[in-house]
Ligand binder design. Structure first.
Ligand SMILES: C[S@@+](CC[C@H](N)C(=O)[O-])C[C@H]1O[C@@H](n2cnc3c(N)ncnc32)[C@H](O)[C@@H]1O
Length: 314
């Protein structure tokens, strides 16, 4: 099946690439956006691509074989973005893309444990070298920690009730599989809630929360955004696509602090207090058209925000 990168035309527009540019693709996935980037930056351009999932990286390398001389691959978490870029001798880049979250193979392969449509182990690690799995979280975290995760990362209003039931249940049976957890949640929660005329499975929010916890996604994202603006040249563009409101809020709040920044005393020496550090290129987040959602249902929750750096950060 053809791989369709989400919001491709908008990504292209806001990255605004020119021949010879150096670009970071922080979430290479299967290389869909990367291919578009390579075509735009031409033979003199350079791509720095991060992908923490070894299997996705392998497949992307295969698909992008003809650009291998211009690409530096990092089989690493983008939380090490600045360190890895600097180690490669690159100081500043022209554009950066984050297309966050899961890739299709994560959802399609039950053994990765991300989906409750088919049975698989409660894993949910992007990086299979890391140690914490979703089963570990469910079977070992305190009730209050579970409730907190479900509320903050899943925006689940019944977080306390679910956490309590999980802790009761695990006294007699440990959690081990995706379908076991989904069935348990179906019994614990009220019948599927309707959203925009569609039923939302009761497990959706809990699966999202577990995935965020297992991969420490919110801390990773905050750290990576801070580093990203540090390696961006003045005039450089950063595009972020998020897929749920918890993630989008982090992006929005991070850039808000750069749109209306508070200057420290030493910064005041060279700029007026409150000068924006970035310009927002998207007044409202860009979302996919109904046609795109029909062709690629997984794009439905995507929100794209884009910014241009106006003042160097470091
Ligand atoms: C939505 S997919 C990207 C799809 C890609 N833009 C394409 O067109 O094929 C997100 C990818 O980012 C990877 N990823 C997620 N978080 C990451 C992180 N912190 N560091 C490195 N890679 C990450 C995932 O493994 C996944 O393959």
């Amino acid at each position: 099946m053809e791989h369709i990168p989400v919001l491709k035309d908008h990504v292209e527009k806001y990255l605004d690439l020119a021949a010879g540019d150096t670009v970071i693709d922080a979430t290479l996935g299967l290389g869909g956006h990367a291919k578009m980037i390579m075509e735009a930056i031409g033979k003199k351009g350079k791509l720095c691509a991060f992908e923490q999932d070894e299997r996705n990286l392998k497949e992307a390398k295969r698909r992008l074989k003809k650009y291998e001389k211009q690409t530096i691959y990092y089989n690493d978490n983008f939380r090490y973005l600045k360190k890895r870029i600097t180690e490669s001798g690159i100081e500043k880049v022209d554009a950066i893309l984050f297309d966050l979250g899961l890739s299709s193979p994560h959802v399609d392969e039950p053994e990765r444990g991300f989906s409750f449509m088919e049975d698989g182990p409660l894993d949910m690690r992007f990086d299979q070298k890391s140690s914490l799995t979703a089963a570990d979280v469910l079977n070992t975290y305190e009730e209050s920690e579970l409730a907190d995760i479900f509320f903050r990362y899943g925006e689940e209003n019944l977080s306390r009730k679910i956490a309590r039931r999980i802790c009761e249940h695990r006294k007699t049976e440990k959690f081990f599989s995706t379908l076991q957890l989904a069935r348990f949640l179906e019994k614990t929660l009220p019948p599927p809630r309707m959203k925009k005329g569609k039923k939302k499975h009761p497990a959706t929010k809990i699966f999202q929360a577990l995935r965020i916890e297992v991969n420490d996604e919110m801390n990773v994202l905050k750290e990576a955004l801070e580093q990203a603006v540090e390696v961006l040249r003045v005039g450089g563009r950063i595009v972020v696509i998020s897929y749920h409101s918890v993630e989008d809020r982090i992006v929005k709040q991070f850039f808000k602090s750069l749109l209306i920044p508070e200057a420290s005393p030493e910064e005041m020496l060279y700029r007026t207090h409150g000068d924006p550090i970035v310009e927002s290129l998207t007044k409202k987040p860009v979302i996919p058209s109904p046609e795109e959602v029909e062709k690629n249902p997984r794009s439905r929750s995507a929100k794209l925000r884009a910014y241009k750096l106006l003042i160097p950060i470091k």
